[in-house]
Design a protein around this ligand. Structure first.
Ligand code: CAA
Length: 186
């Protein structure tokens, strides 16, 4: 695996999207590796998954814009399905999945976090669905899951305006369960 780290720590395991130079953006390979990683979780031993992004700056800065920009219509549809399928796998995963959100959770990053059961974030987290600025919709389930979490009105405001929000506002509107300091003990 090039882009996914998997570490079992007793009864829980940490899945890290590890593409830090691209702020952990989701390209096809990341999605495929994540899919395989989920299939390989030892459900006899692991009771909970934590999903996070490598580095302090970004959880996931979205789907890979560079890759998407070259896709044909059919390829775009296949890419959308690939993302939706693995996000759905996370959503119905047989054990709890916690998104530990550090820094940017934009576009597909916000969407993958919303596919998890619980979202906790650091106080440097930034959430948003900026897709309309790119001329696309939140195609990895964001239109549905955001509305369920924060209500239709707030979801429409975030999607239509493409405005990013900080951790405190994400907590206020119910997008995240808890906010913690990004500082860790040495
Ligand atoms: N796709 C591909 N590469 C990305 C990326 C993305 N979504 N986000 C960041 N990167 C890359 C940048 O291209 C850059 O690479 P290089 O160093 O090779 O140039 C690297 O990550 C660092 O990014 P920046 O230099 O831009 O860092 P910054 O601190 O100046 O800005 C940012 C950070 C505000 C998050 C900015 O990178 C940004 O706006 N990224 C795009 C966010 C976005 O629009 N996400 C939605 C994508 S569409 C989507 O997700 C569709 C969907 O619903 C499925």
């Amino acid at each position: 695996m090039d882009y996914i780290l998997y570490e079992q720590k007793g009864q829980y395991a940490v899945v890290t999207i590890n593409r830090e130079k691209a702020l952990n953006a989701l390209n096809s390979q990341v999605l495929e590796e994540l899919d395989k990683t989920l299939d390989a979780v030892n459900l006899d031993e692991v009771r909970c998954l934590v999903l996070t992004g490598a580095g302090a700056k970004s959880f996931v800065a979205g789907a890979d814009i560079g890759e998407m920009s070259t896709l044909t219509k059919a390829e775009g549809e296949a890419f959308g399905k690939k993302g939706n399928d693995v996000f759905r796998k996370l959503e119905v995963f047989p054990i709890p999945v916690i998104a530990a959100i550090n820094g940017f959770a934009l576009g597909g990053g916000c969407e993958i976090a919303m596919s998890c059961d619980i979202r906790i974030c650091s106080d440097n987290a930034v959430f948003g669905q900026p897709e309309v600025g790119l001329g696309i919709t939140p195609g990895f389930g964001g239109t549905q899951r955001l509305a369920r979490l924060v209500g239709a009105g707030m979801a429409k405001q975030m999607i239509y305006t493409a405005r990013n929000i900080k951790a405190a506002e994400a907590y206020r509107i119910g997008l995240v369960n808890e906010v913690y300091s990004a500082e860790v003990d040495a």
